[in-house]
Each structure stands twice: as structure tokens, then as C-alpha cells.
Design a protein around this ligand. Structure first.
Ligand code: NAD
Length: 447
């Protein structure tokens, strides 16, 4: 596929992440030459604010870039090489309900985990499949790199509904955690580490960490995890992680307790929702959740900056910055386009990569990526505790997709009642009935 330049569509053009990703593409031009960028969104008004501001920035800083934005699928998806997808079906207003409805019943209310993640999954499946279909219709050779959440449910839906499509689902959380482990060991970032990992998205464990010389870093990392969780990995260097929201600081610290359950492995931070749901609920404010924090923080900041650029007609001093944490997306696109054979943690069909686990599960495991796609690196057998957890959670995710495909109330109730974040089928039903009411504009009708 190697070309002298690439055309990229950013789906979810109105996302708070779009300016950072678009600027990152410009910054990485030497290694991944993108000469055409199209923003696509189904909310013209929201997208226009982000797109107009980016247009001004590009005119000032990259006048040669062919840039446009649209809500028309044919325009958005014709003649492109990659789709970078980060959509949020229902936007923050629905995220707020995903978080607050379960909390009303004393259960974890979270974007991608538990009942909130299930509700969001039921909205996302249709949106992501629609974009995939547009891409295949107008640019059948293109690749879609999807990081729209909840990635575990979206990936399972793609496996079931579009098994042969050129879509790769990827998540930045393990990369962020590896950046933290690198800091604990006095290294720069995740690129300095070699790793083994298994699990589902937002539900997995690191089993090996080496440096590039092959030295085992696990003893050092375990010491830090036992004392402070991931807090020791927060970089205090200029330009790095200056503004971590309070809720994330708690999550990085709580990883200490999750780690204590199995000190042989290093857990993904999201496991706290399944292993300490009572703690999560006790420390949540049902009137002010993470969605409120993001709406008052990142959303206001990004849209405020965009409006200012449009008003003043210049992006100078607007504080637009390339999203350094998103370079993994360029790394992945490069691997596909230029056949680099690099290692990535991807969400892919198991097919034996975790040998004592459901072959049809969408697992998150290391893969080698090149121009013909990916090859999984086998992770062998998982221990009994992880196996039990994985069997339970994969069943939740599979039931959600089945509920969406069949329009089945019964299966969605089963999914909720099986989640480790919900104590009984009675509570699951109460939450489900509220979620159905809240999501009537988004979910298929359930019978
Ligand atoms: P946001 O609400 O700011 O933006 C999402 C955009 O998607 C909105 O402009 C909305 O109009 C648009 N949209 C919704 N449905 C659409 C559809 N069917 N077609 C086209 N556009 C549609 O959200 P955000 O906070 O920027 O997050 C976007 C997504 O990226 C979320 O799913 C979030 O969880 C995900 N995310 C993933 C990672 C990761 O690495 N996995 C990291 C950060 C964010």
C-alpha cells in the first residue's frame, strides 16, 4: 500500500480529540505523509466549530494541505486511504445518563464499564457499522482504525456483523499505562518497552515487561505497583501530563489494590470497576460524574479555543497542540501502509491466542502489524482467576451484541445481570428499564 501521500478521513469531526489528532498528523508528516484530511460528522453544527478553527490553523501552518469537512458520506469517504474513527453516539448528554442511571441504583456508573458501557455499546454498534459500510462502499481498499468506545462491544459487533472488513480496533489505555511503567523504570515511554498482555478491552493484564536490551523490568514495576499503583509513573516533566483530572489520579492510585489481588500480573486500571465496585460507588458523586468533569473541562476548553480562533481569524496563541499521546494511531497507520512489522496491542478474534479461552472472543493481545494486516502473538493459558473473570465479562459483551442484533430485551437483561458491577437480576432489570427509556432515540426496539 506504500504511497507518496495518504488521504485520511476523521470520523467524529466534532470530537474534542479532533484538533489534537489533526495537528498530530501534520507533525508526523515526515514519517506518514498525509496530504488530504476530511472531517466527517453527523452533527453539522458541532463539527463546524472544530472544523472552521482547524481550517484557519491549516491555512496559517500547512497551506498545502487539502482540507475539507462535510456531513455527506459520499464526499467524506471517497478516495481515502484511512478512516480514523472516534465517534460518540449520543454525545456527552447520553454519557451523563449512562453514568447517573446505574448510580441511582447503587451500581457503577461509567463510560465503558458495567451498565453505562452496555448502554453506550447499544448506541455505538450502529454508528460504527454505518461508518464502516460507507468506507467500504466509497473506498473499498481503505483501512478503518477505530478507537470509538466501548471498544470491546464495538469489536465484537464488527466480528459478528462485518467479519471480513478492514477495521482494526485499538485503545490508548495500555499505551498510557506502559508510558507510566517506563517512567517508573527511568525510561522515556512505551516505545522503550517490550510486553506481553492478555484480556479483553479495558479488562486485561500485563504479564511480562522487558526493556529493549531484554532486561526484565517486572520486579521494579511490581515494587512501585505494590506501594502506589500507577501514581509513581506520572511524569512531572514539563509538557507531560500537567493536567490530570482528579478522578484519574484516584484511578491510578486504586490500581495498587487491584494489583494486590494478583501480584503476578500488572492490571489494566479499568479492572477496578469490576473488582471494587462498592468502592467505586462510595467514591462517586451521583450528581457530578466524569461526564460533568469532561463537559466542564476538556469540552469547554476545546470549544472555547475553537470559537476564539474563529472570532479572531487566527490560530496564533490559541493553544492548539498536537496530541502527543495519539501518535500510536500514526504508528499503526504507518505499520499498515509501510509494512513496518511493529508490535501493537490490538483487539482481535482470539482463535487460540489465549489457548484456554473462548476462540470467538475479541481479545486484546500483542500483534505484529504489516501491510497485510496483523498476526497475533500467542499468550498461552491464563490462570484460573483471570479465566473466570474473562469468561464472565466476554459473555456480557456477547449478550449485548446478540441483544442488539436480535432486538432482545431478555438477552440485554441477562447481560446486565451477569455484569460483576450489578448485584442482582432485580437491580439489573430496574437499570435496564430506565436505560431503555433514556435511549429510545438510539437503541433498536427491544422485545
Ligand atoms: P465528542 O462527543 O467530543 O465527539 C464525538 C463526535 O462524534 C461528536 O461530534 C458527534 O456528533 C459525533 N458522532 C456521534 N455519532 C456519530 C455518527 N453516527 N456518525 C458520525 N459522527 C458521529 O466525544 P469525545 O470525548 O471526543 O470521544 C470520542 C470517542 O473517542 C469516544 O467514543 C471516546 O470514548 C473515544 N476515545 C477513545 C480512546 C481510545 O483510545 N480508545 C481515547 C479517547 C477517546
Amino acid at each position: 500500500m506504500a504511497k507518496s501521500s495518504y488521504a485520511v478521513t476523521i470520523a467524529g469531526g466534532g470530537s474534542t480529540f479532533t484538533p489534537g489528532i489533526a495537528l498530530m498528523l501534520l507533525k508526523e508528516h515526515d514519517r506518514f505523509p498525509v496530504d488530504k484530511v476530511i472531517f466527517y460528522d453527523n452533527d453539522a453544527e458541532r463539527q463546524e466549530i472544530v472544523a472552521k478553527a482547524c481550517e484557519i490553523y491549516f491555512k496559517e501552518n500547512a497551506p498545502e494541505l487539502d482540507f475539507s469537512y462535510t456531513t455527506d458520506p459520499e464526499e467524506a469517504f471517497t478516495g481515502i486511504d484511512f478512516v480514523l474513527a472516534h465517534i460518540r453516539v449520543g454525545k456527552y448528554a447520553m454519557r451523563e445518563l449512562d453514568e447517573k442511571i446505574p448510580l441511582k441504583y447503587g451500581c457503577v456508573g461509567q463510560e465503558t464499564c458495567g451498565a453505562g458501557g452496555i448502554a453506550y455499546g447499544m448506541r455505538s454498534i450502529g454508528g460504527v457499522i454505518e461508518i464502516l459500510d460507507y468506507m467500504e462502499k466509497y473506498s473499498p481498499d481503505a483501512w478503518m482504525l477505530n478507537y470509538s468506545n466501548p471498544a470491546a462491544i464495538v469489536a465484537e459487533a464488527c466480528r459478528v456483523l462485518r467479519p471480513n472488513s478492514k477495521i482494526i480496533n485499538i485503545c490508548d489505555m495500555p499505551i498510557d499505562l506502559m508510558d507510566k511503567m517506563a517512567v517508573m523504570c527511568g525510561l522515556n515511554d512505551h516505545r522503550d518497552l517490550q510486553y506481553s498482555y492478555y484480556g479483553l478491552n479495558h479488562y486485561g493484564w500485563f504479564t511480562k515487561i522487558f526493556d529493549k536490551q531484554g532486561n526484565d523490568l517486572m520486579p521494579q514495576i511490581k515494587e512501585h505497583m505494590a506501594k502506589n499503583g500507577y501514581l509513581d509513573g506520572i511524569s512531572h516533566e514539563e509538557g507531560q501530563e500537567q493536567h490530570i483530572d482528579e478522578s484519574w489520579v484516584h484511578t491510578f492510585g486504586k490500581a495498587k489494590d487491584v494489583y494486590a489481588i494478583d501480584p503476578e500480573t500488572i492490571p489494566n486500571t479499568y479492572l477496578k470497576y469490576y473488582t471494587f465496585p462498592d468502592y467505586v460507588v462510595e467514591t462517586s458523586n451521583p450528581d457530578y460524574t466524569r461526564a460533568n468533569e469532561v463537559m466542564d473541562g476538556r469540552e469547554k476548553k476545546v470549544f472555547g479555543a475553537c470559537r476564539k480562533v474563529i472570532e479572531t481569524g487566527t490560530a496564533e496563541g490559541a493553544g492548539f497542540e498536537a496530541d502527543a499521546h495519539a501518535t500510536y494511531i500514526v504508528d499503526l497507520a504507518c505499520a499498515l501502509a509501510e509494512n513496518t512489522g511493529e508490535r501493537f496491542l490490538l483487539i482481535v478474534p482470539n482463535d487460540g491466542a489465549v489457548s484456554n479461552f473462548d476462540e470467538t472472543a475479541m481479545v486484546e493481545v500483542p500483534c505484529i502489524v504489516g501491510s497485510n494486516g496483523y498476526e497475533k502473538i500467542c499468550q498461552g493459558k491464563v490462570p484460573q482467576w483471570q479465566k473466570g473473570m474473562l469468561e464472565q465479562q466476554v459473555s456480557v459483551e456477547k449478550l449485548v451484541v446478540q441483544a442488539w442484533v436480535e432486538g432482545s430485551y431478555q438477552k440485554l437483561w441477562q447481560a446486565l445481570s451477569l455484569s460483576a458491577t450489578i448485584p442482582s437480576a432485580k437491580v439489573a432489570k430496574q437499570i435496564l428499564d430506565d436505560l431503555i427509556e433514556a435511549n429510545k432515540d438510539y437503541w433498536p426496539e427491544l422485545k
